[in-house]
Design a protein around this ligand. Structure first.
Ligand code: ADP
Ligand code: MG
Ligand code: MG
Length: 252
């Protein structure tokens, strides 16, 4: 479904991704780990089509289409969802209104009629229940004055409503408290399905105690230097990244 081949990307004259190869099939959960500064967030951003990065080589295909030719909005409409990286606050716009616009833009792109108010409300109610999102959050301006946990729950709710086929979660380096961790992992686990693939970018092994990945990849200096089953995350927790760095250095 997602095929990344020899992907290179840079900011200014600094190369950050150095030839990423990765293949993800429907229903799989892949964890991307690695030391700080290795390019994890850059990879997430490049997949979502953020424009700060220049792709200098390689390819990304998604369900057979060339993603690099698509804008961030088109990628969203193709079913790609990026969460957590920069939780935006939009003063005066409620979560509900924001989502209604997003859902209908995506439907339009895919040649479907827009949902009317009643249909949209039904969808919202169903998904709010699924991820335990409470009404008062829905009516508040998007992320304005939300606690860390509320922002996470809101992002999970957005993901539930938008029903992406590829969800990319970038935990960021700020870390999650236990509550937020539980909210995120319960939400992601409820939304797991044979049609939806998930990329979980994380610095910490502990998130993967809750969201159990099918595969773990270690990114180091802009390359995937090691891939393995979920046990690889435990090994990293125990041994840190130094042995990975050494292996990568020896391989050169
Ligand atoms: P990670 O998420 O693994 O911590 P990032 O993708 O955030 O890594 O960053 C990878 C490298 O790219 C780092 O050296 C970082 O300093 C650099 N980088 C990321 N974003 C920018 C930017 N906007 N301008 C300059 N350098 C950046
Ligand atoms: Mg970082
Ligand atoms: Mg990061």
């Amino acid at each position: 479904m997602l095929k990344i081949n020899g992907l290179r990307a840079s900011i200014g004259d600094k190369e950050i991704l150095n030839g990423i190869n990765l293949e993800i099939n429907p229903g799989e959960v892949h964890a991307i780990m690695g030391p700080n500064g290795s390019g994890k967030s850059t990879l997430a951003s490049v997949l979502a089509g953020r424009e700060d990065y220049e792709v200098t080589g390689g390819s990304i295909t998604y369900n057979g289409i060339d993603l690099l030719e698509k804008s961030a909005e088109e990628r969203a409409a193709e079913g790609i969802f990026l969460a957590f990286q920069y939780p935006v606050e939009i003063p005066g716009v409620t979560t509900i209104n924001f989502l209604k616009t997003a859902v209908n833009e995506i439907r339009k792109y895919n040649g479907k009629a827009p949902l009317d108010a009643a249909q949209f409300l039904k969808l919202v109610k169903e998904k709010a229940k699924l991820v335990n999102m409470n009404d008062s959050l829905l009516k508040r301006a998007l992320n304005e004055g939300f606690s860390g946990g509320e922002k996470k729950r809101n992002e999970i709710f957005q993901m539930a409503v938008l029903e992406p086929t590829l969800a990319i979660l970038d935990e960021t380096d700020s870390g999650l408290d236990i509550d937020a961790l539980r909210i995120v992992s319960e939400g992601v686990n409820k939304l797991r399905s044979p049609e939806r693939s998930t990329i979980v970018v994380t610095h910490y092994q502990r998130l993967l105690d809750y969201i159990v990945p099918d595969f773990v990849h270690v990114l180091y200096k802009g390359r995937i230097v090691k891939s393995g089953p979920k046990e690889l995350a435990l090994e990293l927790e125990e041994k840190g990244y130094d042995w990975i760095k050494k292996e990568a250095a020896d391989a050169v």
